[in-house]
Design a protein. Structure first.
Length: 327
């Protein structure tokens, strides 16, 4: 209803030259074992091999332990070097994050959404229309690692349905942002096609087709609970061939229906004559929460959070339903 950064490869990432005397030895150590030899590390950091050797010698003197075992064939990490290396890598990441913190205004705001048709994407679009100069980058990351992607700064924020009682840990924050109200989508031949609104009890005996609903996902959990609570028949059998095929099937069917969010965008030919019928008393809502870092001071993020708050404040009243596990 309502899609972690790509895994890093074995090769070393590109690193800009060190900028400070404190950072230089640590970043050089980080690069040396990644590339294998001091000369390769020197090439990556765009300094001389002699400079790499001097930095490493200075770091070893400072620590009082040898970080490398040197031989005629080159150098490899010592036992102490292997212990120190993970901490050196973390220091470099922290330094990069500190630099990024003061450069956020110079890059687009990166927001992850499950799908570019869903209500969070619609809210992003409405924010863009109201703020055309605000630079946005909308991404759809695999579900497994999106919270980690927010934590490490790969993205600025994501939307997910969160579980109670404490779904994220500091410095992450989360807030309920969008309650996407459900509608029944049917073709003109469906028995419920002429209804102006429906209660969930009216859906008994009418199959709801949602092909490709992936087991174990947050949205699958939501629809499992909806089905169990109200006795609905939600059919997920069969592969998903995309929204266009689904809409085409609904247009010609006298019994198929599906659930869509009010804020979800679907376009179809006029000849399909599909009907979006509100569900009321209660209205099932999909609970999108936004997750971001509390220390993220990107000016566009602050504006978007205000935009979401104002939208939520203007949500029409009415009885709604969400699963008991929703935050």
């Amino acid at each position: 209803m309502t899609t972690a950064p790509a895994a890093t490869t074995a090769s070393a990432p590109t690193v800009t030259p060190c900028r400070t005397s404190a950072e230089a030895p640590t970043q050089t150590l980080r690069s040396s074992p990644d590339t294998g030899l001091f000369q390769a590390a020197a090439d990556e950091l765009r300094i001389t091999q002699q400079a790499v050797s001097k930095r490493m010698a200075a770091l070893e003197r400072s620590l009082g332990v040898p970080l490398f075992v040197r031989s005629a064939r080159g150098a490899r990490l010592s036992a102490d070097g292997q212990i120190f290396l993970p901490h050196a890598r973390e220091l470099v990441r922290v330094a990069a994050r500190a630099a990024e913190a003061v450069r956020t205004s110079s890059r687009p705001l990166r927001i992850d959404v499950l799908n570019r048709r869903t209500a969070p994407a619609t809210s992003l679009h409405s924010f863009h229309l109201a703020n055309p100069d605000a630079e946005l980058e909308v991404v759809t990351l695999p579900d497994a690692d999106v919270v980690k992607a927010v934590a490490d700064g790969t993205i600025d924020a994501t939307f997910r349905a969160l579980r109670s009682p404490r779904p994220v840990n500091p410095p992450l924050r989360a807030a309920r942002a969008i309650d996407d109200r459900h509608q029944l989508l049917v073709g003109p031949r469906h028995p419920l096609a002429d209804a102006t609104s429906l209660r969930l009890a009216d859906l008994h005996g009418h199959p709801i087709w949602m092909p490709g609903l992936e087991a174990g996902t947050e949205w699958a959990s939501y629809y499992d609970d909806l089905s169990a609570t109200f006795g609905l028949r939600i059919d997920t059998v069969g592969p998903s061939f995309g929204v266009e095929v689904l809409l085409d099937e609904l247009a010609g069917s006298a019994d198929l229906a599906t659930l869509v969010g009010e804020g979800t965008r679907y376009l179809w030919p006029e000849r399909y004559d599909l009907r979006r019928i509100p569900i009321v008393d209660p209205t099932p809502v999909y609970p999108h929460s936004i997750i971001w870092r509390d220390d993220n001071r990107h000016p566009v993020l602050l504006g978007f959070l205000d935009h979401l708050h104002e939208q939520r404040r203007n949500t029409p009243p009415g009885e709604t339903w969400t699963p008991t596990w929703v935050r």
